[in-house]
Design a protein. Structure first.
Length: 558
RNA sequence: GUCCGGUUCGUCUAGGGGUUAGGACACCGCCCUUUCACGGCGGCAACACGGGUUCAAAUCCCGUACCGGAUACCA
């Protein structure tokens, strides 16, 4: 029997990270067992369901890469079938008409009202005391003739238990006395959740229901419906919940954007990194390891590895440094700096495009990469994840600024310090545009503090110009062979700068960091020798001579 | 109230009768270094509590506390 699982969100809001994890676990289980992963939108709550919400769920699933294997089922399309089944149960005497007038909605929270009522009843309530439970057919007909509305309730037997073996929580038993005669069909003819779920799961041929632990008690009710219908229930597995740092419910109303999936996409997260993070929230392969590719997750996933206790999604409100779970952020950074460059590049391209920093010259033009030296980090990552296919990219010769080779080299050089895709267009802006800002703190620390640099750095530009001038040649031309003309590469730049530093009787760091600030606008980045090279001679000269940063006159806070 | 679950560093977790209770993130320190990261080394930090069972309990049993879920003509 092939496994068929479903992810069945109700479109009443945004796509919650908890839902995303449920989708992930269903997806992993399906792939692990070579089964089918289906999607059903539970849009039967007309009042709360929105198309926008459905769209955010669909977009979120697409971003995560969980495409359903069959057509999407919209539960609202099946309402007639659900009604017919309720009527059938009624006719078979397995359900009954309840003419009790519909209760008024409590003014406060529904949950509190339920709790309040239950407390008042002191647990003395008899779940079988409905006066219409054993009403005669004659009386029912009379009431119907009078136009009295009625709900249809399942007739739960007086004694007995429902039991099932949960894939995560083990044997679950519940006495009938704990389960009321649940409503199948509202008095307005609207089918209710438990009925709809059971009917649809049967129709979709679902073999395993993997969902949040908040459905544990619903499962007993659903099993009752399966029995009434004479259908063997599927296997169930319930997932622990994801909680807020205070161990309370994680909701958008209380916690804001951190709980919404689209936030992560928009914040420059990589789907593979976020999937990896989500997988480790409530599941573990019982090994000391954090980074897993999708294929590895699929291969290692099992219901046995799922925990029974809730997990906290750890973040600090009002602290921009920790606005989301630190581990999620770390994992994203880990992916950015170690994933195969060829996988990263398309994402960077998309980011630069949306920031209007992309240029067609960065497209590959068919030429092979310049000399390549795989980095050890990349090798380690490949070894750990069995990912291959990474064009290592340490150029030995200077590259023509603005070409594909240059682009690849630049991305590889700057990605080590980045956490999200957004960083490529913000912190990395100076590599792609002349229009970048100067970080006041960097200016204060590296420029204002050393006034002599105002003379020295343009002087350094002159020195560069004298030494490397001939190197500014047209793209694609053959390098000049004259021995006195030096290529603008790391080795030669270092020689020139060291001599310059000695002449001035200052420390190398003073010159380097001053140049760094002028060239990139910030105080952090790759080795300055690399920065000089990828910024290129022409832009280096211009920026070293520019007075913009000096004139920006910050009041040196920090 | 009742029913059902849960409880190992701040967080995610490994371990399920004998461990110096392990790893990751975060935090702190040192090294590397032209900056910041990365990396390396090190540090801080946990078995909720009380009873049993046992030669031996974080691990098994019972109880308590606390946390969570459910208890709807919501999904």
């Amino acid at each position: 029997m092939t496994v068929r699982v479903r992810f069945a969100p109700s479109p009443t809001g945004y796509f919650h990270i908890g839902s995303a994890r449920t989708a992930l676990f269903n997806y992993l289980y399906a792939r692990h067992t070579a089964g089918k992963f289906l999607l059903r939108i539970e849009d039967t709550d007309l009042a709360r369901s929105t198309e926008e919400s459905t769209r955010s769920i669909l977009e979120g699933l697409e971003w995560l890469g969980f495409a359903p294997d069959e057509e999407i089922v919209f539960q609202s399309n099946n309402a007639d079938k659900h009604r017919a089944i309720a009527v059938k149960l009624l006719e078979e005497g397995k359900a009954y008409r309840d003419f009790t007038p519909k209760a008024e909605k409590a003014e406060g929270s529904v949950k509190d009202a339920i709790k309040e009522r239950a407390r008042a009843e002191q647990g003395e309530k008899n779940m079988r005391d409905n006066p219409f439970r054993d009403i005669t057919e004659v009386e029912a007909e009379t009431r119907i003739a009078n136009g009295e509305p009625f709900a249809i309730r399942l007739k739960v037997a007086e004694t007995g238990t429902t039991a099932f073996e949960d894939g995560v929580y083990g044997l679950q038993e519940r006495d009938y006395a704990e389960t009321e005669d649940l409503v199948l069909l509202r008095s307005d003819g609207h089918p209710l959740y438990n009925l709809a779920v059971v009917c649809d799961d049967i129709e979709m041929g679902i073999t395993h229901v993997i969902r949040g632990q908040d459905h544990l008690t619903n499962t007993h009710k659903q099993i009752l419906i399966y029995r009434a219908l004479g259908v063997e229930p599927p296997k169930f597995a319930h997932l622990p919940l994801i909680m807020a740092p205070n161990k309370g419910k994680l909701s958008k109303r209380k916690h804001g954007e951190v709980v919404s999936m689209t936030t992560y996409r928009d914040a420059g997260f990589l789907a593979e990194a976020f999937r990896n993070f989500l997988a480790l929230l409530g599941w573990s392969a019982s090994e000391e390891r954090e980074i897993y590719s999708l294929d590895e997750l699929i291969q290692k996933f099992s219901l046995e590895g799922i925990h029974r206790s809730n997990a906290v999604f750890n973040f600090k409100e009002n602290d921009p440094r920790h606005w989301t779970d630190d581990k999620a952020m770390w994992m994203n950074a880990e992916y950015i700096r170690t994933m195969p460059l060829s996988d990263l590049l398309p994402h960077v391209k998309a980011e630069l495009k949306s920031a209007k920093l992309w240029r067609e010259e960065y497209e590959p033009d068919g030429r092979a990469l310049v000399a390549t030296v795989p980095s050890t980090e990349a090798q380690a990552f490949e070894a750990s994840t069995e990912m291959a296919d990474r064009p290592g990219t340490i150029a030995l010769e200077p590259l023509d600024v603005g070409t594909y080779d240059w682009f690849v080299r630049t991305i590889d050089a700057i990605r080590a310090r980045f956490f999200t895709l957004k960083d490529f267009s913000s912190q990395g802006r100076a590599y792609f545009s002349e229009d970048f800002d100067f970080d006041p703190a960097a200016v204060a620390k590296n420029l204002t503090k050393f006034p002599e640099l105002r003379e020295w750095l343009p002087e350094l530009a002159d020195r560069f110009e004298a030494e490397f001038q001939a190197e500014t040649r047209p793209v694609g031309s053959v390098p000049l062979r004259e021995p006195e003309v030096l290529p603008f590469n790391e080795h030669n730049i270092e020689t020139v700068i060291k001599a310059f530093t000695e002449e001035k009787g200052t420390k190398l760091g003073v010159i380097m960091n001053g140049a760094r600030t002028l060239l990139t606008g910030v105080a952090v980045g790759p080795s300055m020798l690399t920065v000089f090279e990828i910024i290129g001679l022409e832009r280096t000269l211009m920026r070293l001579r520019s007075q913009v940063a000096w004139n920006s006159e910050v009041d040196g806070s920090t």
